[in-house]
Design a protein around this ligand. Sequence first.
Ligand code: SF4
Length: 640
Amino acid sequence: MLKKIFSPIRIGTVELSNRLVVSPMVTIYCNDEGMATERFTAYHEAKARGGWGLIITEDYAVEPEGRAFPCLPGLWHDGQIESHSKFTRRIHDSGGKVFAQIYHAGRQTRKAVTGCQPVAPSAIPCPILQEIPHELTHEEINDIVTNFGNCARRAREAMFDGIEIHGAHGYLIAQFMSLYSNKRNDAYGGSLMNRLRFPLEIIADIKKKAGDDFPLIFRMSGDELVPGGRNIEDTKAISVVLEAAGVNALHISAGVNGSVHAIIPPAAIPHGWITRYAEEVKKIVDIPVITVGRITDPFLAEEVIAGKKADLVAMGRAYLADPELPNKAAAGKFSDINPCIGCMQGCIEMISQYRPATCLVNPTVGKENEMKIYPADIKKKVLVAGGGPGGMEAAIVAAKKGHEVHLFEKGDRLGGQFYIASIPPFKGEIAEFLAWQIKQLADEKVTIHMGVELTEEIAAEQKPDAVIIATGSTPGYPQLKGIKKENVLFAGEVLEGKKEVGERVAIIGGGAVGAETASHLANHGKNVTIIEMLPKLATDANPFVRRFLLQDLAEHGIQIYVNSTVTELSDDGLMIKRMGREEKIGPFDTVVLAAGLRPLNDLHSKLQKKVSQIIAIGDAVTIRKALDAIQEGYLAGLGI
Ligand code: SF4
């Protein structure tokens, strides 16, 4: 069905069986000496078994001072070759082809990571990290060029199938290539060819040390999307020069640290939106061109290649969500592909805090060995109370182990609070994951008792061996005078469309839920006001997602009161306290409460001493993110 993505292609001397590429993505799975750990290896083995045509690893540092994150892999000395040889052997044994991406972070790092001052072509700080770099001398530039060549030679000795030079995303090579960061007036600055001197010297040194036949991809941003940055016309000119220098493929991404939404687009950004840059480059070169950028769907990948917009499609978060994506697509099992929902919670949010990557929809990421599902020795009867994402995950995993699983959901739909979370703008892809979970429940033959609350009496009748309590949370009324009125609604019932909402709406609580509810209502033409006690809105939202949420609120002219608490609700408005002063705002037709949830778990104490194994997970224990609920659900199912 998908003939284009499953056709072979060559990059230099290497033949790939298909056009689907694992895009480089930082995981923080190696140790701080840059060695390949078991965790790093098992994670990549899963991709190799999953059928990807090519795996490009995350950034191998060419010197320890060039790392932007701790615990990155490295080939900066010969003592690292053996560790990475073992890694490549395991990938090859699992059927994969693997290129090492090699890089130097330049100014896009911190002293806290490397222990020294960052370096750059010019002493201009990265606008995000704000550390003033040391301007490299010619001698230091030459040392780094040599380190790239040696790193590539070591990659070849470690049996990598090729390398990718990371010249994208504002790292050191990109810094030299762009007037945005390169203000030099010597041989490495000024004209385009001067700015290309550094990458061209690197390519020449790599070819000298690793061999002209060692396959070489060059990655760069098609447009840096910052004022004064490189644009697509510069990129096209550079592409021609790189092809002439012997590069075997070009990998076209977008952005720098200052435009990080282009590097790691959240769900607010359309799928495949930067393929336009690869398409422009493809028109003027004869070597293969790889595109990337929130392409998570094999049909979109097929369309890209069939439309001659690129020759290969790299996916980042899609392989975290489902390492088996190529195998499932090849077998036509499209509805079995676990979808990346663009939430950023498990991957980018974690690594930006220098914590190992995980994935909200796939808790096994980075724990492929520990979280493997084996058939249970003793088959048990398992009851799951609550059909939110954590409860469904627990039921799926327990059923995969061979247990008899019954899921009880007292409402008329599955998905819990996560279903409600899928309703506001930019959040719709959450529903795709819930649909995937529901299909898994059916495939694993979990019995679903819809509209039935699991009670002490039902548990006594069913005689389970284990009960998983995933009853979630419920909203509560804050202690406020006049709060219990007909026009005072909870955010959940507003988002689900269960209650009529008037034209003028006040939302009490400007956390992520309040702000998203405001965005939803404003997009439906309502006149919305938010009252939040903290100085900023949506501070609990993922920072990468928050930017687009705030932008949407601003575009809709939403009235915002921060540092403000509501003291009373009256028939014609709200009394609020701001900077020690009381004032009246309104009138409002509807008041929406988005002021928090409380755990819902009456069952645990009732079943204690009656059921041998009881596990409570997610919000039923304490209010947390869906990431936590799903991880705990998986572990609960695995532990029975
Ligand atoms: Fe996608 Fe969210 Fe998983 Fe990241 S954590 S890969 S954004 S589903």
